[in-house]
Design a protein around this ligand. Structure first.
Ligand code: GLU
Length: 377
């Protein structure tokens, strides 16, 4: 009988593959052998099965650093952004050459998180990527490092790859890195550390052990991979972390040999628009719920009513994205409000009939309607 992970992999039609700088780098520059090997494996998978592969590739900075003859990534932002601009061209060139061997075209897609926070641009990015896939072209995505500022950054490619998995409603996210997966302890320090092959719940302990030690050329570290897994899992998408330099790693994963750590999603798939609400909008404030409201939305799929709201944080207008918070300050999800923060402060704890009395009007029964609400726990 097939294992749960095998079933997920078998059924995965659309797969996002993220390759980190640690895998793509050698001698402070690009490791072309790895690019060739990954391209060969992707070609094999996409030509022998009906699976679609989208690459999220780091390596622009590593490539740029080498090209301009630096020893490491510059610390100044303009220099770093310049290095990325130089390196991105070299990175795509290597992929173009590697895929040309199989008569396959690649497409370069550079994004910032700002591009995905506007609904229109989000849909445009999705339409473009879907068009590329329908033409049998391999999209190669990276953060648009040359223009990003802190406010509009994905931060690292672990997060970017998770956002792309959500954007494209992928069936699986594969995160190829320079370590075999998640360990019980830090394997660099403890020789008795054991690889965890399956994660059903991302516990506080797993997050703690993941640490936060980025490599010289990469950005993320294990913690950002765990955060990415949490994000996609909460939208019903599974993720694997595996050692990207292992021979035929992608083929092994696709053939169900299950190397690495597999994160099993707890939930059913979140609808695409709800993913956008949950992960692409910047929450403008918070509403705290009592236990009755928490239960009603999590267990019974209800909307959020004023009567269940105990507190409001932040200043926001109608239509803003707002986090709703349950017991122990746990973020339960994000939704679009029908009332401003000022009005919610005024009507919290009130029943539907009392709202009209208090405000003189009552355009909506719900403060956040179920249709505009993404529960992420
Ligand atoms: N966008 C960066 C690059 O291409 C990598 C960021 C990351 O690895 O998280 O160099």
């Amino acid at each position: 009988m097939k294992s749960l992970t095998e079933k997920y992999i078998d059924n995965a039609k659309r797969i996002i593959v993220k390759i980190g700088s640690g895998v793509l780098t050698e001698d402070n520059g690009l490791n072309k052998k790895v690019i060739k090997s990954i391209s060969t494996q992707i070609n094999k998978i996409s030509s022998e099965s009906c699976k679609e592969i989208i690459l999220v590739s780091s390596g622009a900075q590593a490539c740029g650093v080498k090209k301009v003859g630096l020893k490491k990534r510059p610390s100044q932002i303009p220099e770093r952004q310049a290095v990325s601009a130089i390196g991105q061209a070299g990175l795509i060139l290597e992929y173009e050459k590697a895929f040309a061997k199989y008569d396959k075209n690649v497409a370069q897609v550079l994004l910032t998180s700002d591009d995905l926070s506007s609904r229109k641009r989000y849909l445009n990015a999705r339409n473009t990527l879907n068009t590329l896939l329908s033409w049998n072209i391999i999209p190669i995505i990276n953060e648009n490092d040359t223009v990003v500022t802190d406010e509009i950054k994905f931060g690292d490619n672990d997060n970017l790859s998770a956002m792309i998995a959500l954007l494209l409603d992928a069936d699986l996210l594969v995160n190829l890195t320079d370590i075999e997966g998640v360990y019980t302890k830090d394997p660099r320090v403890h020789s008795d550390a054991e690889l965890i092959s399956q994660v059903k719940t991302i516990s506080k302990n797993i997050e703690k052990n993941a640490g936060e030690t980025p490599g010289a050329l990469g950005t993320g570290g294990m913690l950002s991979k765990i955060k990415a897994a949490k994000k996609v899992n909460s939208a019903g998408i599974p993720m694997i972390i595996a050692m990207g330099t292992k021979k035929d790693i992608l083929l092994d994963i696709i053939n169900g040999k299950e190397p690495g750590t597999f994160f099993i999603p707890k939930k059913d798939r979140l609808a695409s628009r709800k993913c956008w609400i949950a992960f692409n909008l910047k929450p403008q404030g918070k509403v705290m719920l009592d236990s009755g409201a928490e239960k009603a939305i999590i267990k019974n799929g209800k909307s959020i009513l004023a009567i269940g709201i105990t507190e409001v944080e932040g200043e926001f207008g109608i239509g803003a994205a707002v986090e709703f918070i349950g017991s122990e300050k746990k973020i339960l999800g994000v939704g679009l409000v029908n009332y401003s923060s000022k009005d919610i402060r005024n009507i919290k704890r009130l029943s539907s009939s009392q709202i009209k009395e208090r405000l003189g009007y009552k355009p909506y029964d719900e403060v956040i309607h179920r249709d505009n609400m993404a529960v992420t726990v």
